[in-house]
Ligand binder design. Structure first.
Ligand code: DC
Length: 224
């Protein structure tokens, strides 16, 4: 049986930063499921499909072959044989990913892929529905969150550092909209699994969160 940690939470809570660090420290495979939804979104955007056209999304997603490879511990996402990893972290793709991930056919396809990855390796997987749907039997489940203001500020700092010019209030509005969409969709909405441990990172730095999760694993799974 492979070991798994599920980390769910809203956009900007720090899931991927934290999960990557724990993966490195504890020799786990980090699976970024948001990147898979983003790759699908990129595919749909390139095909000119509108976010509201659910019939076209259901049809088109069938021909998207999304696979994951690891290079020096980094997850690379391939879309029909092309490494699309550098194109996934834009606001446009993130918005489309949030919209197209409400589609049941998209979710079915990507959840299968995620479950297969977790069967083969010890993983730390982050997303929105990992503890509730993808890995309901995960050894440790964490629900990572932070206030909208803090998450918007983190995103703003990240974009500013990349030289992009954004308005903080606009980012705050977009994050609130994304939260609403991710939490209220019909299929696998973002919510805390009953057996997940809630960590509010609003007033914690990265290392404090990493230490807290490792402590939870030590207590629950006998990690030393
Ligand atoms: O974590 P992220 O921002 O890269 O995710 C992009 C979108 O993908 C997110 O707004 C909702 C969707 N998503 C999902 O529905 N289920 C997941 N397990 C991961 C992401």
């Amino acid at each position: 049986m492979s070991f798994s940690i599920a980390i769910d939470g809203p956009a900007g809570a720090g899931k991927s930063t934290i999960a990557k660090k724990i993966a490195k420290e504890r020799n786990l495979i980090y699976v970024d499921t948001g990147a898979m939804y983003r790759a699908m979104a990129l595919y749909l955007l390139r095909a000119g499909i509108a976010a509201q056209d659910s019939a076209a999304i259901s049809e088109k997603c069938k021909s998207a072959d999304i696979t994951i490879q690891y290079e020096k511990g980094e997850q690379l996402v391939y879309l029909n044989g092309e490494n699309v990893t550098p194109f996934l972290r834009t606001e446009e793709v993130g918005k489309m990913a949030s919209a197209s991930s409400v589609n049941g056919d998209v979710r079915k396809k990507l959840v299968q892929l995620q479950q297969k990855l977790a069967e083969r390796a010890d993983v730390i997987m982050d997303g929105r529905d990992i503890g509730t749907c993808v890995l309901p039997g995960a050894d440790v489940k964490i629900y990572l969150t932070a206030s909208v203001e803090v998450r918007a500020r983190r995103r703003y700092d990240e974009l500013t550092a990349k030289g992009e010019n954004w308005d903080l209030e606009e980012i705050e509005r977009e994050i609130a909209q994304r939260d609403h969409r991710d939490m209220t969709r019909d299929i696998s909405p973002l919510r805390q699994a009953q057996d997940a441990i809630l960590l509010d990172t609003s007033h914690m730095d990265i290392q404090e969160v990493v230490t807290a999760i490792i402590k939870i694993c030590e207590e629950k799974c006998g990690w030393k």
